[in-house]
Design a protein around this ligand. Structure first.
Ligand code: PMP
Length: 439
């Protein structure tokens, strides 16, 4: 399509001419403009909790668009749609979370969270308490603050000067055991955190930001005890904890929020994606009352977005969340997630290039290696996700760089889970440890 030459696709080189032009979706299936169907094992970009093409949402959006398409929540205005959503959210979020800054997506939510943390300490008379700690291989969006909190160096090349006062620590990627200098990964990460706090000074650090499990970084589930121990250190040093639940929120891992699964109470939680299952762009930075009141006091919170609390986004979120509740999709993330995981383990564990298969609910990471002993990442001679897509019409992604990541809609059927297992295991089974691929 000629128009596509005018479209700048994120992360696609100019000379790449592969294209899949999606035109229709229903449940876990997508159709392109040539009528080919695909099974969506990534849920778009790690969202689509309720699947594609739900009529309930289309109808609710159509009604709302003809009633009130937009009005702002700046100053003393707001709109009835966003106010209807808030009680629903309050029922679902961890009970210590009470207040919301609404946004148009993940990146804006992260910016709001970082600004909230810095401004909170400013209002408390500690403006120098502004450093942000995060981790390598973390992803916190494409804006400048979140981009600097993110830990993929390649994403920041050529974009300098970057925002100062960010420090990146080691992610708890236990399978990559060489990261921890022969020590227990939790002990190593906690000692490194303590040391960074000592070097920078607790009076200079506003917050630690982290995804409960690293999503784009490879669906890396943390080891037992990592988050509670880390939270205890932060509390002792008076440093806020921001958890980025843009991927993991709203049932993805089998709890409404993944901080609940790992037993921590973040001061600020960022969300997006699953809040509407992608039917409208929306996100939020959600926080404790005392933080919200502190940043609102005086001239008011100095951060706002035109589309904060957009009525159509709020409508999509309300219907989406009621579908997740009514259809028991959070519980389903556990049952179908375990089913898919069992299928993947059975088909993959003994293959020579499969190092680790891990999952939490419906978030999956499959780590491919040259050697199961050294755990060195595989260097595949063909693009794994492309092979799976071309031959089996199943959409998966590889990140970091040879970890297959998947996050299908929570409504996935067992037959569709079997199709994913067949596609992934057939293609992965053709790789030899030297990276060669024999069809
Ligand atoms: N945080 C995390 C953990 C994410 O995975 C993403 C997007 N993949 C973002 C933030 C940024 O969200 P958005 O692309 O909606 O700006």
């Amino acid at each position: 399509m000629e128009a596509d030459t005018h479209l700048i696709h994120p992360h696609l080189p100019l000379d790449n001419t592969r294209r899949f032009i999606m035109d229709k979706g229903e449940g876990c299936l997508l159709w392109d403009t040539n009528g080919n169907d695909y099974l969506d094992a990534t849920g778009g970009l790690w969202l689509a909790q309720i699947g594609h093409g739900r009529r309930e949402i289309g109808e609710a959006l159509s009604k709302q668009a003809s009633r009130l398409e937009y009005f702002t929540s700046f100053w003393d205005f707001t709109n009835s749609s966003i106010l209807k959503l808030i009680p629903t959210l309050l029922e679902l979020v961890p009970s210590h979370i009470t207040d919301f800054v609404f946004t148009s997506g993940g990146s804006e939510s992260i910016e709001a969270a970082i600004k909230t943390a810095r401004y909170y300490w400013y209002k408390k008379g500690q403006p120098e308490k502004n450093w942000i700690l995060s981790r390598r291989n973390a992803y916190h969006g494409a804006a400048y603050g979140g981009g600097c909190a993110s830990g993929f160096e390649a994403d920041n090349f050529g974009l300098g000067p970057l925002v100062p006062h960010f420090r990146h620590l080691t992610p708890p990627h236990t399978y990559r055991s060489w990261l921890f200098d022969g020590q227990d990964p939790v002990d190593f990460c906690i000692a490194e955190l303590e040391q960074s706090i000592e070097e920078i000074g607790e009076d200079n650090i506003a917050a630690f930001i982290g995804e409960p499990l690293l999503g784009v970084g490879g669906m890396v589930t943390p080891p037992e005890g990592y988050w509670p121990k880390l939270e205890a250190v932060l509390r002792r040093h008076n440093i806020l904890l921001i958890q980025d639940e843009v991927v993991t929120g709203f049932g993805r891992t089998g709890s409404w929020f993944t901080c609940q699964r790992y037993g921590v109470q973040p001061d600020i939680i960022t969300v997006a994606k699953g809040i509407t299952s992608g039917y409208m762009p929306m996100g939020a930075a959600m926080m404790r009352k005392e933080i919200a009141d502190t940043v609102r006091e005086g001239i008011g919170f100095p951060v706002g977005y035109t589309y904060s609390g957009h009525p159509l986004a709020a409508t999509a979120a309300a219907v989406n969340l009621s579908i997740i509740k009514d259809e028991g999709l959070v519980e389903r993330a556990n049952t179908i997630g375990d089913y898919l995981a069992a299928g993947l383990h059975a088909a993959l564990d003994d293959l020579p290039v499969v190092g680790e298969v891990r999952h939490a609910g419906m978030a999956f990471g499959i780590e491919l290696v040259k050697d199961k002993q050294t755990r060195e990442p595989l260097e595949p001679q063909v693009a794994i996700a492309d092979e799976i897509l071309d031959e089996f019409h199943v959409v998966v992604r590889c990140t970091n760089p040879t970890i297959i990541v998947m996050s299908p809609p929570l409504i996935l059927s067992e037959a569709q889970a079997d199709r994913i297992v067949e596609a992934v295991s057939t293609v992965v089974g053709r790789f030899r440890p030297d990276g060669s691929y024999e069809k």
